[in-house]
Ligand binder design. Structure first.
Ligand code: BGC
Length: 583
């Protein structure tokens, strides 16, 4: 496929109207409650994003992706949505949203919002109506209600576990006060699953997608995109039966699992695609789908969502051979599906990569969320592989090594063809905050797995903007999750204009990336050293990463940026350099 028309390096209105703007975009994920608090109530807000548009512009990203900002009781950090077409009053108003959208667009930055279609919150008016209505009513048909097993329906319809731990079914009390039916929730009990066989649900989400598209939203990140479609024909299989049916390490790579990655979900996306294409430029979408790699292309198809996350690099150790294989395989897969590839090291669900790379190899990124979810609907990682990274003993963490490798890995990632997804705070070199007292934790995975999972709060701590002052400049009040003292050294104000700081490295790399951005091609260059990866992009842009322990010679050309200082002209351990050659 010719990709010359897909380059993302043009600026201003040119990029804003380019239908392919997303293909090689650098997308910065904002977790709004922890980004910047404009009104000083301890919670980041929409006006906070607007206030920081100059920062985002200076950073050099192409788009922001906003995690949910909808009305929510925050049972799952906003992924429990009360109302899909509104702004949480704790975060602002729709007018604030419009103002933010206008400011971002004026700065040449696109907006991607999170859509959570698998489940609503238990405070959604439809769920309240379902609880107040009798068994068999139309209101119950919007969710997944079943009678229990046992003589009096006292046993759940199946023994499946929820992703956050504990049973997937919860029993309700009927309006007349008697113990009643059970409802299904793949995640927390405050997140009842929608019944996607019900046309009313389908219609309502089309309305939501239109609502935000009409407000100028450029794209959508689809939460749990491999959920939604379900085959819950009775009798429901029990856990052991499901496990026996899973095909070894491939799990259910054939769409036969009752609620993960079923083929019917793509009918929904085909409908969404029609809607997206009514807009100019067409709205984009990226699937969060933790599926077998052979099934990812369906989500990324141009007739479907158009792009899908691959979490392969995010789940890999800092290792040359693994990186090379992952990059190669994903570029092939993306080409086959007509999408561009996606790359990501950190997000709001996993241990930050500056921590992962500072811990002994072989750990897992999971903290009790989707990364930990296996095809049987249970959780993996409880196999003694040491997945409580955020809670790992401090003495095992090599802070300096973690950051050095994180910088090297990011500089490599930013040179890859495809979209780069960055998570707020990584540009400051933040690592996971492990010192959050139990009493201040918020994540449901922590509460549903006492003593087993630490939860995801450690990557969601409000950003440090200044080295001093209340909540390190996050806002005039406190911070909704406690910030550690060491945050002061990572504050934006401490790094701005400081040569070699992580913030300046990101800025420089993002600026260069948009200048150097070219066709979506990559060629590996043989280095004769298994610990050194070297690839080139059309136009003479070369990237070399040293995963080994000894400094190595650099290829010919001008070093335009490096993730750490060179040593007598050589590339030291755990360092990446970009080189430009004029030939
Ligand atoms: C989101 C999580 C959330 C879950 C349930 C995920 O994929 O990224 O943060 O807890 O969906 O909505």
């Amino acid at each position: 496929m010719s990709t010359s028309a897909t380059q993302a390096h043009h600026t201003g209105t040119d990029r804003m109207s380019d239908p392919n703007w997303w293909r090689q975009a650098a997308v910065y994920q904002i977790y709004p409650r922890s980004f910047y608090d404009a009104n000083g109530d301890g919670l980041g807000d929409i006006k906070g994003v607007t206030a920081k548009v100059p920062y985002l512009k200076e950073l050099g990203i192409d788009a922001v992706w906003l995690s949910p900002f909808y009305p929510s009781a925050l049972a799952d950090g906003g992924y429990d949505v009360d109302d899909y077409r509104n702004v949480d009053p704790k975060l602002g108003t729709l007018e604030d949203f419009d103002e933010m959208a206008a400011a971002l667009h004026a700065a040449g930055i696109k907006i991607v919002v999170d859509i959570v279609p698998n489940h609503s919150s238990d405070r959604h008016e439809w769920f309240k109506e379902a609880l107040a209505s009798p068994k068999g009513s139309a209101a119950r048909e919007r969710y997944i209600f079943r009678d229990g097993r046992g003589e009096n329906g006292e046993l759940p319809p199946s023994d499946w576990d929820s992703v956050f731990g504990g049973p997937i079914w919860d029993r309700i009390t009927e309006p007349d006060g008697t113990p009643g039916q059970w409802y299904m929730h793949i995640f927390a009990k405050e997140q009842p699953d929608f019944n996607w066989e019900n046309p009313e649900i389908r219609e309502d989400f089309l309305k939501t997608l239109r609502f935000w598209s009409d407000r100028g939203v450029d794209g959508f990140r689809i939460d749990v995109a491999h959920g939604m479609a379900k085959d819950l024909s009775e009798p429901l299989p029990m856990k052991a039966e499901l496990e026996a049916k899973a095909h070894g390490t491939d799990g259910f790579a054939d769409g036969s699992h009752p609620f993960w990655d079923r083929d019917e979900v793509h009918e929904v996306y085909a409908e969404w695609r029609k809607l997206f294409n009514e807009y100019n430029p067409p709205r984009t979408a990226v699937a969060e789908a933790w599926v077998h790699e052979t099934r990812r292309a369906r989500y990324a198809s141009p007739e479907g969502l158009g792009q899908a996350f691959n979490f392969d690099l995010l789940q890999s150790d800092f290792d040359a051979a693994s990186f090379k294989k992952i990059i190669t395989d994903n570029l092939v897969a993306a080409k086959e599906s007509g999408a561009s590839s996606t790359w990501v090291f950190s997000n709001h669900d996993v241990v930050r990569h500056a921590t992962r790379y500072g811990l002994p190899k072989g750990g897992s990124v999971a903290q009790g969320t989707n990364a930990a979810q296996d095809v049987t609907g249970g959780t993996k990682g409880q196999d003694g592989k040491g997945w409580l990274l955020a809670g790992a003993p401090a003495e095992e963490l090599d802070v300096e090594l973690g950051l050095r490798r994180a910088r090297a890995a990011t500089l490599l990632l930013l040179a890859l063809p495809g979209s780069a997804y960055l998570y707020q705070g990584e540009e400051l070199g933040l690592r996971e905050v492990s010192e959050i007292p139990d009493a201040e934790r918020q994540d449901p995975s922590f509460f549903r797995n006492p003593g087993v999972e630490i939860g995801r709060d450690g990557c969601r701590v409000p950003l440090p903007w200044t080295a001093e002052g209340s909540s390190f400049g996050f806002g005039a009040g406190g911070a909704h999750l406690p910030q550690p003292e060491w945050f002061q050294d990572y504050a934006v104000a401490k790094q701005e204009g400081v040569e070699g700081s992580t913030l300046e490295l990101y800025r420089q790399a993002l600026r260069l990336r948009s200048d150097l951005q070219t066709d979506e091609e990559l060629e590996w260059v043989e280095t004769g050293n298994q610990d050194v990866l070297h690839f080139s992009r059309p136009g003479g842009w070369h990237t070399v990463t040293n995963f080994g322990s000894d400094p190595v010679e650099l290829p010919e050309g001008e070093v335009v940026v490096s993730s750490g200082p060179l040593e007598s002209g050589k590339l030291p351990a755990d360092t990446t350099a970009w080189i430009v050659r004029n030939s």
